[in-house]
Design a protein around this ligand. Structure first.
Ligand SMILES: [Mn+2]
Length: 324
């Protein structure tokens, strides 16, 4: 007999359920007893939005929450019930400031950093969905102890400026490299490939002492070895590990609507999030999920929401194993 459990799921607002039906965190106290906290950041506040109309469609945290609702926490392939060990909460969304002006972006950045720092200070793992990665990196860096970053992406994202702006997602690595205390030797990118990258970007990474595993190296070494090395390099002398995901690290055959061939498989992605979870990742961010409403991505985007939910569950499964 169906028990209509879904009717009992807490809501963030309106008819939007919490992520995976987790309890809604209303105060710091709720965070202190939790292991991980979902934080929706639908607007990003990035300069790439300024003057454009895509705005709130960039990252649909409502759709992700709805897509997550069909899943529980038991993974038979790992014989592990994630939520027997892990307490997940949902912190709601960081509101955007519209219209997307520079002044509003600054306000948004401040609010977002405060929200992420608030979660970090309680010892909880922020699962930010739609954050400009710089905001997460900066918040972790403030804790002291050293920041290691593993970035999953087809693209280098280390441009000095992009389309006249320095806060585009294509520039976030360059902004992080400017932060005091950040050592780029603890920066690892996995999955870079293809002709939307420039040679200067690779030269920049080498000069900074960062590590890049291109699709060719993943092909040679295999994802297990690459993951192991990446964690080792990112954690060498750094206390906090930050995993950032641009879903275009996936092969276009695995990621409907995304546009880069030669990418990793979904199994590879889950392997990485699981292993990083085992190493007590400090924060996980999913940069963005294209929505069907945005013209270049009219293919159904639902699989990307499902993949994102799985990636989070596998990461939390890793955290659960690290607690044993
Ligand atoms: Mn990318």
């Amino acid at each position: 007999m169906e028990r209509f459990q879904k009717l009992l799921v807490p809501t963030v607002y309106g008819d939007v359920p919490t992520f995976l039906g987790a309890p809604l965190a209303r105060s710091k106290k709720d965070l202190r007893t939790a292991d991980a906290a979902f934080l929706g950041m639908p607007s990003q506040g990035a300069e790439m939005l300024v003057g454009r109309e895509v705005g709130i469609n960039m990252m649909d945290t409502m759709r992700l929450r709805k897509a997550s609702l069909k899943y529980g926490g038991y993974l038979p392939e790992l014989d592990l019930d994630v939520f027997a060990k892990i307490k997940l909460v949902d912190c709601g969304d960081v509101p955007g400031f519209y219209p997307a002006t520079q002044e509003n972006r600054k306000q948004y950045f401040k609010l977002a950093e405060d929200s992420i720092s608030g979660i970090l200070q309680t010892g909880c793992i922020p699962l930010t969905i739609g954050s400009h990665p710089y905001l997460v990196a900066k918040s972790i860096n403030r804790l002291g102890g050293g920041l290691g970053i593993i970035h999953l992406d087809a693209h280098a994202d280390n441009m000095e400026v992009h389309e006249g702006g320095k806060w585009s997602l294509a520039c976030w690595v360059a902004r992080v490299a400017e932060l005091k205390g950040v050592n780029m030797k603890n920066f690892v990118q996995i999955g870079m490939r293809g002709p939307r990258n420039f040679k200067e970007q690779m030269v920049w990474y080498r000069k900074k002492g960062a590590t890049v595993f291109t699709s060719a190296e993943i092909g040679e070494k295999g994802i297990e070895e690459v993951t192991e090395e990446a964690i080792e390099i990112a954690s060498d002398g750094a206390e906090h590990l930050f995993l950032n995901l641009d879903l275009d690290v996936l092969d276009l055959g695995a990621a409907p609507g995304l546009d880069e061939p030669l990418g990793i498989t979904i199994a590879d992605l889950l392997k990485i999030t699981h292993e990083v979870g085992k190493k007590r990742v400090r924060a996980f961010n999913v940069e963005w999920i294209p929505t069907p409403a945005w013209e270049p991505y009219q293919l159904p985007a639902w699989p990307l929401y499902w993949i994102t939910t799985w990636a989070i569950l596998y990461l939390l499964a890793g955290v659960a194993l690290s607690k044993r």
